[in-house]
Design a protein around this ligand. Structure first.
Ligand code: NDP
Length: 453
């Protein structure tokens, strides 16, 4: 492709953009990336990475409480130094930003600081330069969206919550998705009086019903104040605090309100609407199986395309896209079936495959194997935390079509189970697998009697 400055010009150096850049460069493509914010995108800077670090911090709360049953005497009540956590987190993110920069550099990818604007099917303008490329990849991700209500300007989003100047002793999160349940758990664990306000009757819409109910009960037991079937009517600033009035008439005085009400594609100023690039009904970029938009030389992947908004999905898309466009043009489309996911609320949720409700619709006859138990650790710790495990089996084929867990390290554990579910293994295969004792995980291979059909 000699007529262009680059074979691939990528807008956005997040998880998907950086992976596409490095993989394409390794395949021999001449690649440039434009980024106007931070290297690593949402995941590294204001998403997965800082969230997991704060989740670890919050888990210490349980560990301190659990310790005395095992004989440990703590010198006094542990206290959290928010500034230490926040600043150590920032140091780690800086380290990761630098690594991303070096990865691009080593791969021979040119990095340009600035917000690129697509001017036509093969040209972009960025930082005062006009650059041509055979293909342009839009990997700009999403941006938090906040509903409009009186006082909504007093809320923070996941872009700001990690860097609050003061620790919020009273914390409220609006929403019932991943971010809401994770942050309600995190701030509760860090020591806030935490409230979650959700407009529906039960959070985590789309997840297995029993998982949602179990999580609700566990989070409530841990002290999160759950307010369902209500919304924020208005927020009024008080004397250093925020007065939140809910639509059910309740008022709550808090120090910070996090709006975790979803994310929208970050397309502002990219020039794509002027080019007539087609959108899906939710405003995300419409792409085909080769990640081509309605302008075939303009590609897109990751959160901006409205698929599962998960880092590993963007990474897989990036590698697939490069294969399809730069090395093996006949490569099969990416398989989006059975993508495992974890929600880092406390306790964690790990899930792969279909929920019980989806399975009943899809397969008709199913067998449900479920157990909930007090993990061995808590026989001495005194904690009330319980663990739920659940397998959904298609009765006709005996294939395990869904696996769900709520419990400590569910995210770690479900990854292995996801391989089995993706491979289409049967309940007989699970039964033939000898357990590891004493673990909680062994329950996944020892549940013999269906709880219901
Ligand atoms: P979600 O789309 O998951 O959830 C948004 C929540 O906000 C829903 O509960 C929704 O309610 C509610 N909501 C929407 N509009 C309003 C409104 N006007 N008033 C009140 N509530 C409203 O978004 P998140 O922000 O939680 O997360 C974005 C995405 O990021 C997730 O979907 C996920 O893919 C990804 N993510 C993944 C994580 C992980 O892998 N562990 C962690 C964090 C994020 P309703 O359900 O009624 O529509």
């Amino acid at each position: 492709m000699p007529d262009f400055d680059y074979d691939l010009f990528i807008i956005g150096a997040g998880s998907g953009g950086v992976r596409a850049a490095r993989t394409a460069a390794a395949a021999g493509a001449r690649v440039a990336v434009a980024e106007d914010r931070y290297l690593g995108g949402t995941c590294v800077n204001v998403g997965c990475v800082p969230k997991k670090l704060y989740s670890y911090a919050a888990h210490f709360h349980d560990a301190f409480e659990d310790a005395s049953g095992f004989g440990w005497q703590l010198p006094g009540a542990p206290t959290l130094d928010w500034a230490t956590l926040r600043d150590n987190k920032s140091g780690e993110i800086k380290r990761l930003n630098d690594i991303y920069g070096r990865l691009l550099d080593t791969a021979g990818v040119r990095l340009i600081n600035g917000r690129a604007r697509v001017v036509d099917a093969h040209h972009v303008e960025v930082a005062g330069e006009r650059i041509s490329a055979a293909k342009i990849l839009v990997a700009v991700g999403g941006w938090p969206w906040v509903p409009d209500f009186p006082g909504s300007e007093h809320t923070v989003t996941s872009n700001e919550v990690f860097d609050l100047e003061q620790f919020p002793k009273r914390f409220l999160v609006l929403g019932g998705g991943y971010i809401a349940v994770e942050f309600a758990s995190i701030f509760n664990g860090l020591g806030s009086d935490a409230h979650l306000v959700y407009r529906g009757e039960l959070f985590l819409r789309g997840f297995d019903r029993e998982v949602r109910e179990f999580t609700r009960d566990q989070m409530a037991t841990k002290g999160v104040n759950l307010h369902f079937e209500t919304n924020i009517e208005r927020i009024e600033p008080g004397d250093g605090s925020l007065m939140v009035t809910l639509t059910n008439g309740e008022t709550l005085e808090v120090d910070a309100v996090l709006s975790a009400t979803g994310r929208k594609p970050h397309l502002l100023g990219l020039g794509l609407s002027e080019l007539g690039v087609e959108l899906n009904t939710d405003g995300t970029l419409k792409v085909n199986e080769r990640f081509e938009t309605s302008v075939p030389s303009i590609l897109a992947l990751g959160d901006v395309t409205g698929g599962p908004e998960l880092t590993p999905v963007a990474l897989a898309e990036a590698m697939h896209l490069v294969q399809q466009h730069f090395s093996d043009t006949s490569a099969r489309p990416l398989d989006y079936q059975n993508i495992a996911t974890a929600v880092f609320c406390h306790p964690n949720i790990g899930t792969v495959g279909v929920s019980e409700e989806q399975a009943r619709e899809k397969y008709g006859a199913i067998r449900v194997f479920r157990t909930d138990f007090r993990p061995m650790k808590h026989t001495l710790s005194g904690s009330q935390e319980r663990c739920l495990m659940k397998l959904i089996v298609d009765d006709e084929s005996d294939v395990v079509v869904g696996a769900h867990m709520v419990g400590e390290e569910a995210g770690e554990l479900i990854q292995g189970i996801a391989i089995a579910v993706r491979a289409g293994l049967t309940k007989a295969d699970f039964d033939a697998t000898v357990g590891i004792h004493p673990t909680g995980a062994e329950e996944f291979v020892t549940m013999r009697t269906p709880s219901r059909t």
